[in-house]
Design a binder for this molecule. Structure first.
Ligand code: SAM
Length: 248
């Protein structure tokens, strides 16, 4: 007897929709989602896809009608509930746009729960394009099968962030000028955590002292080489995921 094919097939497109989904609902997709399905993937009536909504989970969907710019889909039985991602935040000073978009994309793929863009004295970038960053995170979630998007916090200053820092959350401060080994620090500090990465020019002495004054701060080293800020962010999140996250 032939095996029953998985439904929808793993090769089916997987897209985020910005509205809560439920079984038997019919929704109309337009804009970039419809363009991708109809023009890029050349799908038509009867084609299957997977949708997720960042609220309830992943669902199979079938195209039941399409014109040039829109398609209507019907939603099937939920495939997977919204997942619980590890409790790790990434706080990072903005760097040049494409590199920061890359960090946002990788943070999503690696499993970061919350991303906080932090303004610092030496940052060469003082604005964040939140829509672009969110678009990069959505694209990453679509391809890596994540169904809970990272929360993107408002751009905040380092001082404001530290002033409101939650009491129970460790802040692993990545400091190229000295800190304990990250692996050792992870063994000693479990529970909710965040990683702090500075801008291309690093933190000023005053900022460094202010961060170290925070009782929840744990200064850590990422080794003897000075990493670019984007490399440091990915390295630190990977270390945390391997030691305390869901990679084990
Ligand atoms: N201070 C340098 C400068 O003036 O260019 C380098 C800053 S580094 C490019 C940017 C950020 O990456 C730092 O603020 C730090 O958070 C992190 N970083 C880079 N290398 C690191 C290391 N070996 N250990 C810990 N953190 C590091």
């Amino acid at each position: 007897m032939p095996a029953t094919p998985a439904w929808p097939p793993r090769s089916a497109p997987r897209l985020f929709v910005d509205q809560p989904l439920e079984k038997d609902m019919q929704i109309t997709l337009d804009g970039p989602a419809a363009h991708y399905l109809l023009k890029v993937m050349r799908l038509g009536e009867g084609a299957m896809l997977t949708l997720f909504d960042d609220h309830t989970g992943d669902y199979p969907a079938t195209i039941i009608g399409a014109d040039k710019r829109r398609c209507t889909v019907t939603i099937g039985d939920r495939l997977r509930a919204r997942e619980e991602v590890p409790d790790i935040w990434l706080c990072a000073a903005p760097i040049k746009r494409q590199r920061f978009d890359w960090v946002a994309e990788k943070a999503c793929e690696l499993g970061v729960r919350r991303f906080i863009p932090v303004g610092t004295a030496r940052a060469v970038v003082d604005k964040v394009k939140e829509d672009r960053m969110r678009a990069h995170m959505i694209e990453a979630a679509e391809q890596c099968e994540r169904n809970a998007l990272p929360q993107l916090a408002d751009f905040t200053s380092l001082g404001a962030m530290l002033a409101e820092w939650p009491g129970e959350r460790h802040l692993f401060f990545c400091d190229e000028r000295g800190g304990s080994s990250f692996r050792g620090a992870l063994r000693a500090h479990d529970g909710p955590a965040a990683i702090l990465i500075g801008p291309e020019g690093g933190f000023t002495d005053e900022e460094n002292a202010m961060i170290r004054d925070l009782p929840q701060a744990v200064p850590v080293s990422l080794g003897p080489r000075i990493l670019r800020a984007d490399t440091a962010a990915v390295a630190a999140v990977s270390l945390w995921m391997a030691g305390r996250g869901d990679w084990s």
